[in-house]
Design a protein around this ligand. Structure first.
Ligand SMILES: Cc1cc2nc3c(=O)[nH]c(=O)nc-3n(C[C@H](O)[C@H](O)[C@H](O)COP(=O)(O)OP(=O)(O)OC[C@H]3O[C@@H](n4cnc5c(N)ncnc54)[C@H](O)[C@@H]3O)c2cc1C
Length: 383
């Protein structure tokens, strides 16, 4: 990326050094143990990464989304779970930045930027994920407070985090349904409990949890934007960044799978030749490389639209769809190229293969991305 300014170059260089020194040596061990990477998080705090896209005047690094996407790609090449610790936290920060009142921005964004107050996004419930307007968590006004009851599930950073952008219904009977939705900045406290840690195929090390709200009392000044009815708009504001995040993770995973395959194919010999000299393997490598390049270009295009503040659902949908499918395909191909070793925990490709499928589900499933793309296609091309 040629248009990076000096500060952005410095940040990317320091992220690359940090990954090489502090993440690569420990990623496989921590992932296999499903252990939260406390030391890595402490270093990311020192580097200011929890404030990556928070404006500088509020204590953040003020990076453009396209630069942030490059950081996420680099991190995901090493260990995708680490990107998740940042991603959902910064989605929450973006929602407060774009939709919060001036007081909420002043109060929370500096604390988010240092990483002292960390957390994520709480949308999904046991009975609904894609159909967000079907949520059942309810906030009822009580004087200067609201009282919240309900359950959220699959919440990233749910155990280690302490603050969440929480989607609720203030009027479950409203029609259209989103008029009765709101989002709160909810800090842990009485009535807000973690009921369980969820066990997963991959994406280990980062905590995914079920959160339960039982008569959880929250001051009305934590209602994002200060008025009811904006909950879905808040979620959409966050997911704009989320889709680019996930696309960038896809690029990182697909790239690492390619790198591992390119290296291994020059080490392993069968029938007297390195395996890359067999045309069947060479064709796979070529397809994998094309996927990485195309995924990166689409992701960069979507991130640039966010940089400009343009509507980006079409571009972000394409980037998310293509890059995450690229991660799934490349991780499987890397495993095949590694033969039996690809199935071994001693090689990184088995982790890539377990991590990649999450990407086609999170931040709007790929089925939904296709529907978004098709809808915009028709809107853009009326007859
Ligand atoms: C590891 C992990 C971390 C997560 N982190 C978070 C988090 O931090 N915060 C959070 O809020 N959520 C989080 N989620 C939840 C995630 O966002 C949801 O799982 C996702 O949105 C899908 O919702 P669902 O699981 O309820 O699937 P459903 O909505 O039940 O969908 C099931 C299937 O039906 C398809 N489908 C649904 N509706 C349609 C339609 N209209 N047309 C076509 N196909 C359709 C879907 O594409 C999918 O294939 C996480 C999930 C995982 C696994």
């Amino acid at each position: 990326m040629s248009d990076l300014d000096e500060q952005e170059k410095l940040v990317l260089d320091s992220v690359a050094r940090f990954l090489e020194r502090h993440v690569r040596p420990v990623a496989s061990k921590l992932e296999h143990e499903d252990a939260y990477p406390h030391e890595i998080v402490a270093r990311m705090k020192e580097m200011g990464l929890f404030g990556a896209i928070i404006p500088q005047e509020l204590g953040g690094l003020g990076l453009r989304p396209s630069t942030y996407a490059r950081i996420i790609e680099l991190i995901s090449e090493e260990w995708m779970s680490v990107s998740g610790i940042l991603n959902s936290h910064l989605i929450m920060a973006r929602i407060v930045d774009k939709m919060g009142t001036p007081e909420q921005r002043q109060r929370f964004l500096p604390q988010f930027a240092t990483g002292e107050l960390r957390g994520g996004l709480a949308l999904t419930e046991p009975d609904c994920g894609t159909d967000l307007q079907a949520i059942r968590t309810v906030a009822r006004r009580d004087g200067d407070d609201y009282i919240i009851n309900g359950t959220k599930t699959w919440i990233s950073n749910g155990i280690e985090g302490s603050c969440f952008a929480l989607l609720v219904k203030t009027n479950p009977a409203a029609e259209p349904r989103h008029h009765g939705m709101a989002m709160f900045i909810a800090e842990k406290g009485p009535g807000f409990t973690v009921s369980r840690k969820l066990e997963k195929l991959g994406y280990k090390g980062i905590d995914s949890a079920e959160l339960v709200f039982t008569d959880y009392r929250i001051p009305a000044n934590r209602l994002i934007g200060g008025v009811e009815g904006k909950g879905l708009a808040c979620a959409i504001a966050g997911l704009e960044l989320g889709r680019v995040n996930v696309a960038a993770r896809g690029v990182g995973v697909a790239k690492r799978a390619l790198d591992e395959a390119v290296r291994y194919s020059q080490q392993r010999k069968t029938f007297g030749k390195f395996i890359h000299e067999h045309q069947a393997i060479a064709l796979k490598l070529a397809d994998m490389a094309v996927r990485v390049e195309a995924a990166r270009l689409l992701t960069e295009k979507a991130a640039r639209a966010l940089d400009r503040g343009d509507r980006s659902d079409y571009e972000a949908g394409m980037a998310k769809l293509f890059a995450t499918e690229a991660a799934v395909e490349n991780s499987l191909e890397a495993m095949r190229i590694h033969g039996g070793y690809g199935y071994s925990k001693e090689f990184v490709v088995e982790r890539l293969y377990r991590d990649a499928p999450l990407l086609v589900i999170g931040e709007g499933t790929n089925e939904i991305q296709r529907l978004v793309i098709a809808k915009r296609l028709i809107e853009k091309n009326p007859i």
